[in-house]
Design a protein around this ligand. Structure first.
Ligand SMILES: [Zn+2]
Length: 263
């Protein structure tokens, strides 16, 4: 298994309909009764070594957390996003308190895969992570953002929350088995991410999840520069966001209302 891209997920009308249909199945809608200050999650997919090195340094410099969604089958490989993380990078991220989430072993397109194959790709990923001393991930990100009812059936049993790639804020009623996210990628990445930050900052009961891939001087179309990432995190801090890992945000979003309000 080599590069996660430029293979692209199913962009056909059928693919679109499948993703829409998937929104109706195996849902985990949340109430968020205890959320009164917007939450923000910084996440990194696949993941290129530059995200584990440059990206982690930037998050640490602001004292905030984040989540890395790892496809262990890509470990140490070269890619158009630069070299991928090594086992040592992942151990260092975990030791620094960052969350390690699951992204399947071989970056499997879960939109078109069979249920058994999705399950196997998750199991295989967990075995590699376990051998690195990383606990079983509590959250998941769909490779290519591609979703299907059978994929949701699998992740519903295994994870607290699963992230897709359609734009949006997580709000009361949002399905945590197919959560929206906004990419910091390409020429428009910074502008788009900043616009969503502003929107989320005006919505007290919300949770914004941002993602990117490589973080380096000349990023791929799926990544951003260290300067852009730094400006976005600084803006999040300035706007008063509550930075959470994806699992940490899910835990809070799923908390029941305080007893006094339960009646
Ligand atoms: Zn990916």
């Amino acid at each position: 298994m080599s590069e996660p891209k430029p293979y692209s997920a199913d962009r056909s009308l059928y693919g679109k309909l499948r993703r829409r249909l998937a929104r109706l199945s195996h849902t985990r809608p949340i109430g968020m009764p205890r959320i009164s200050r917007p939450m923000l999650t910084m996440s990194f997919d696949d993941a290129p070594a530059s995200s584990a090195r440059n990206g982690a340094v930037i998050l640490k410099s602001h004292g905030v957390t984040g989540t890395w969604f790892i496809s262990a089958g890509l470990l140490g490989q070269d890619s158009h996003m630069g070299p991928m993380t090594t086992g040592d990078d992942i151990r260092a991220l975990y030791a620094a308190g960052f969350e390690i989430g699951c992204h399947t072993y071989g970056h499997l397109d879960c939109g078109r895969a069979m249920r058994e194959d999705i399950d196997a790709a998750i199991e295989e990923n967990q075995i590699v992570l376990r051998n690195l001393g990383i606990p079983v991930p509590r959250t998941f990100a769909y490779p290519y953002g591609d979703v299907s009812p059978q994929a949701k059936a699998v992740v519903d049993k295994r994870y607290l929350a699963s992230r897709a790639l359609h734009h949006g804020l997580i709000l009361p009623g949002t399905d945590l088995n197919q959560a929206p996210a906004v990419g910091i990628e390409g020429d428009e990445g910074e502008r788009v991410a900043m616009a969503w930050l502003e929107k989320a900052a005006r919505t007290p009961q919300s949770w914004l999840v941002l993602y990117t891939h490589d973080v380096r001087k000349a990023p791929s179309p799926y990544g951003c520069t260290p300067e852009v990432l730094n400006r976005i995190v600084a803006k999040g801090v300035e706007l008063g966001f509550d930075f959470v890992s994806f699992a940490g945000g899910a835990e809070r979003a799923l908390m029941a209302a305080p007893a006094s309000e339960a009646a």
